[in-house]
Design a protein around this ligand. Sequence first.
Ligand code: ATP
Length: 358
Amino acid sequence: MKQPQSPQASQNPRDYVIATMGSHSALQILKGARDEGMRTLVICQKGMERPYQSYGVADAMLLVDDWKKGWNAALERELMERNAIVIPHGSFVAYLGHNRVARMKAMYYGTKEILEWESDRRKERKWLEQSRLLLPRVFKRPEDIDRRVIVKFHGAGGGFGYFVVKSKEQFEEVKRKKYPKEKDFVIQEYIVGVPLYIHYFHSPITGELEIMSFDKRYESNADSIGRIRAEDQLAANIHTSYTIVGNMPVVVRESLLPEMFEMGERVVKISQKLCGPKTASGKRKGLFGPFCLETIITRKLQIYVFEISARIVAGTNPYINGSPYTDLKYDVPMSTGRRIAREIKQAIGEGRLEEVLG
Ligand code: ATP
């Protein structure tokens, strides 16, 4: 195989390798790249390689002892020698952190700076507010609580210990009894409705925003508490947690789609004012590729956004074979993973790879 001198040197997609970390949505990303005729590489933590061997979606595999130490200069050199383009996903960002990602030298799909905007609660809120999305109110002080609120602790894995109260007195009682030392929390209006995750894809190459699919999550124990009566829940003193176990497909009321397209478009537009290097058009690179708005929809069909993920979400995994929405648009089964590979392939072919790298 010819090794191109620089990322832009070759316009042949076969001279590049789509690489990702073996976790989260890697099966989908690798399968999608293979379906687009690209070569694939998975970087696995030892002991986690079984699915990638069994499903055979990677042409090559690199093994590391653990993520933090394993993702080092030697691994990056190896990736660069192979001309690998690294695709980030949720586990990748969680294990490495945005600072480490920012220092990455290997080719990286996406705007690195966007990860700081999604992981810093204040920055994230500023971005979403400027995008004119409906957000749950945030209460700065417990004295201000005047409705049902959800109290979220920072770094509470799977939302363990989040609690719902509706007055300052209730807040102080739960806090004193259960979390006397906890200082880092946010008090957010509790929205009564159904959670819905909207999967978008924005292409700087075609200039189009697409809605790829939707999911809802299967969370432990939030999705099973209702299986026992309220009295027993109280007696057993069960805490609500939101540990993600899997994802389920959803198709939405069609009349919600126009608003959802507009929401995604505004988020992209504002991101182009906020972050990333400036492009020839004068705008910043901002958010592109796959992203997800995490919402709760009320009975009045108001769409509240409580979080954004600025990369592929695992909720796209039910659609390895395409979703009802991508089926409308594409003549082949189009997963989000495959859409990423198609984007990169097109960018390479048009000599525009730099536009999709961070
Ligand atoms: P992360 O992606 O950071 O792990 P998460 O996506 O699990 O977090 P959280 O913000 O931790 O999201 O919320 C956990 C769960 O709590 C969500 O799945 C949602 O069902 C519920 N939730 C979050 N915020 C609200 C809110 N303001 N009103 C009602 N329910 C909420």
